[in-house]
Design a protein around this ligand. Structure first.
Ligand code: CTP
Length: 410
């Protein structure tokens, strides 16, 4: 059975010369077993006719939001719910911008906003437009929210330039959509991630906390979901929306985070502790607001439970990955945490100089027993994708060794 059998795909076609490849794409998706319904933007119809895509998909092509006849047959909300995935190919620079900003100014953008299905986009545009700061930021925003960006490819462009910006070919795109549903890197794997800071109450209005923004943990959750995992994110207080298709549990204190994680950990395959959990909390938080006095104040702190170590110590421990934010001796401290907390992998990052806490960029050193890999400075959303690939590879490698080990023992 093909991986796209019985899958419902909304194919969005936007205004780009690459729209001619969408005709071939409809055929490839249907050959793989999918049912395809096409939405075209007004600009797309300048490049390819709706009749072509109607004939190839076997369904009327939707174009307008305010179309009483089409809405009576299947409203845009029904279409949004019907989709197992929304594939926008080609995705123009203009469409990526509208999607990143959550606009609902035409049918395709509205369906994307109204759907909980994964969104995959295949950009197609001139090389300079692809490299522009605005497009780079829009793509980073989309990745952070869990959208999957397919391509673009490199080569000669319709405008005569050479470089990145070509839409991937139809057969490659159809294969990548099938991979997404079928053997995605983390298809069927349950991933639990902690992110953000914790707040430890001093009194009803004050707390001890740290500078963690949650960006790295959220980027990792989005990348894991995009790699096909079912993701639960236990998050401390941050100013970030939950990534698409990620189940978020919000907590405040280290103790609440500990309880949420320990309830879920036995049911997960991979645990990644990205949260900057407070190591200490006030022993006696005041029931009422503390009043100012003209004298020294002493707060007695007690250690919090180490969530990461507790998960790694479970009898059926998931593949447990820790983070180590360090200002100095980065590699050495990280290696000792790997050993002491009995982790399968540790991700070390240097904090400061625009990296790490509350920054958009990071640089990582990934260490496991018998190997290591450096990930050079890059935006957190890009690093998260690379890190998820490394985690998936090690997780699968160790699971297959365990399987063959238990078969051997049996
Ligand atoms: N961690 C945790 N629970 C805690 C403290 C930390 O799960 N109570 C996790 C973090 O999510 C991260 C890793 O442990 O994955 C960080 O290790 P840790 O030894 O706590 O680092 P630091 O607190 O930075 O330790 P130190 O201050 O000694 O460097």
């Amino acid at each position: 059975m093909s991986t796209l059998t019985d899958k419902h795909i909304v194919l969005g076609v936007t205004g780009s010369i690459a729209a001619y490849k969408s005709a071939e794409l409809v055929r490839r998706l249907r050959e793989a077993g999918a049912t395809v319904r096409v939405i075209m933007t007004a600009a797309a119809t300048a490049f390819i006719t709706p009749l072509t895509l109607q004939a190839l998909s076997g369904h009327p092509v939707r174009q307008k939001l305010m179309d009483p006849e089409a809405e009576a047959a299947m409203s845009h909300i029904e279409l949004a719910r019907w989709a197992d995935a929304i594939l926008v190919a080609p995705a123009s620079a203009d469409f990526l911008a509208r999607l990143a900003h959550g606009l609902a100014d035409d049918l395709l953008a509205t369906v994307c906003l109204a759907s909980q299905a994964p969104i995959l986009v295949a950009p197609a545009m001139n090389r300079v437009m692809w490299e522009s700061a605005a497009t780079v930021e829009n793509c980073a925003t989309l990745r952070r929210r869990g959208a999957v960006i397919l391509g673009p490819g490199e080569g000669e462009q319709a405008c005569g330039e050479l470089g990145f910006g070509r839409m991937l070919d139809a057969d490659v795109l159809a294969a990548q959509v099938a991979t997404y549903f079928g053997d995605a890197e983390l298809g069927g794997v349950r991933v639990l991630i902690t992110a953000g800071p914790t707040r430890e109450a001093l009194d009803p209005v004050r707390y001890l906390s740290n500078r963690s923004s949650g960006k790295m943990g959220y980027a990792l959750a989005a990348a894991a979901a995009a790699a096909g995992a079912s993701v639960t994110l236990v998050s401390g207080p941050v100013n970030l929306p939950a990534p698409r298709a990620v189940d978020r549990i919000e907590v405040q204190s280290a103790e609440q985070m500990f309880n949420a994680v320990m309830a879920l950990a036995p049911e997960c395959d991979i645990f990644v502790g990205v949260a900057a959990v407070a190591d200490y909390r006030p022993v006696h938080p005041a029931a009422n607001k503390l009043k100012k006095k003209n004298e020294e104040m002493h707060i007695v702190l007690e250690p919090t439970a180490d969530i990461l170590a507790a998960v790694a110590a479970l009898s059926q421990a998931p593949f447990t990955v820790g983070f180590a934010a360090e200002t100095d001796h980065v590699s050495a401290y990280a290696r000792s945490k790997l050993r002491d907390k009995r982790l399968r992998m540790i991700v070390a990052n240097r904090v400061g100089e625009g990296l790490g806490f509350d920054a958009d960029d990071n640089a990582l050193e990934v260490i496991w027993d018998g190997g290591e890999q450096q990930l050079a400075r890059a935006p957190k959303s890009r690093l998260a994708e690379d890190l998820i690939s490394i985690i998936a590879e090690r997780y699968h490698a160790e699971s297959s060794t365990e399987d063959s080990g238990s078969a051997h023992r049996a």
